[in-house]
Design a protein around this ligand. Structure first.
Ligand code: ATP
Length: 298
């Protein structure tokens, strides 16, 4: 009994931990194959598409019924477009991403992909269409090759190398003691935040999903790495339907629509220029950032 209890308890702990952060939930989900709360319908359809639109309609959500988290959230991301979400800490930004990935189901309203309620789709097929570049990429204690190929385990070696090149990590990998066979992770070579993020980008390039969720790191990278990573991220968002959870406004000035959230509500929306002209919360956040380029606006 005790033997059974400990692992279950441990898995429960891990599950709660990954549900709490957005950190690598894509990987953890696969790893643990744990989906205790969300069940596929018997009639669940398989999503199979190269391009995808996303729509949140009148979405309310709470983790705990005593505490509403999202209140009537409405927005749409036409296929290939980018919507960015900014706002105070705890406003509900990452929750939007968790709902789209179907970690939880909405309390009211619906989320659609290509016009289909995601509750009518199989979770596996939905998640195959979504790539996540998390704040903090968790690496396996395995070779860097394995860590990149994880994005699509059946990829050929040349595809893995192409993805590494596109994520600008190939040269770095070649400089490691055993090249692509170098062990990384907790018990191997530790990678910097920027290097880990590039591994996540390479994985996503390999996975080639029509929908992307980018969860911008709150911890600042040095300016050069930051700029390089932003450029790589911009490349992978081209022609993909993208939801960016942003902490720095400079990363999202090109977004088709920016949603400003506060306490679970969208309080302002528009593109960068429109939001600056309306001189509201976003314009104040922008002015603050211009005053101090390093200010973290999360
Ligand atoms: P940040 O910018 O700090 O990452 P956020 O806007 O992404 O914040 P969320 O992570 O979406 O905020 O959280 C919204 C609210 O929901 C917070 O008050 C948070 O404490 C709460 N919350 C998040 N996950 C859970 C959970 N698993 N159970 C209960 N409450 C949760």
């Amino acid at each position: 009994m005790l033997q059974l209890y400990i692992p279950l308890n441990f898995l429960g702990f891990v599950y709660r931990e990954i549900k709490h952060s957005l950190a690598d939930m894509e990987k953890m989900f696969d790893l643990l194959k744990l989906q205790p709360e969300i069940k596929d319908k018997a009639s669940a359809e398989t999503l199979a598409t190269q391009t995808a639109s996303v729509a949140f309609t009148n979405v309310d959500f709470h983790y705990d019924s005593k505490r509403p988290i999202l209140d009537k959230i409405e927005f749409a991301i036409p296929a290939g477009h980018t919507v960015a979400v900014v706002g105070t800490s705890g406003a509900g930004k990452s929750t939007l991403a968790r709902l789209l990935y179907r970690f939880y189901d909405v309390t009211n309203g619906e989320i659609q992909v290509n016009g289909k309620d995601i509750r009518s789709l199989s979770q596996e097929s939905l998640r195959k269409h979504i790539g996540i570049v998390p704040q903090d990429t968790v690496l396996f204690n395995d070779s860097i090759y394995y860590n990149i190929a994880y994005g699509r385990p059946d990829a050929t070696e040349s595809e893995v190398i192409e993805a590494a090149k596109a994520a600008h990590i190939h040269e770095f990998v070649l400089s490691l003691p055993d090249g692509y066979q170098t062990t990384v992770g907790e018990r191997g070579l530790k990678l910097s935040g920027g290097e880990k993020q590039r591994v996540a980008i390479a994985r996503t390039i390999l996975k080639n999903p029509p929908i992307l969720i980018l969860d911008e790191a709150t911890s600042a990278l040095d300016t050069r790495t930051e700029q390089a990573i932003q450029q790589e991220l911009r490349q992978i968002t081209t022609n993909r339907t993208t939801l960016i959870i942003a902490h720095r406004l400079s990363t999202i000035i090109h977004a088709d629509e920016i949603l400003v959230m506060d306490h679970g509500k969208i309080i302002e929306r528009g593109n960068h220029q429109q939001l600056l002209s309306s001189q509201g919360v976003y314009a104040r956040m922008w002015a603050l950032q211009q005053e101090n380029k390093n200010t973290d606006l999360s």
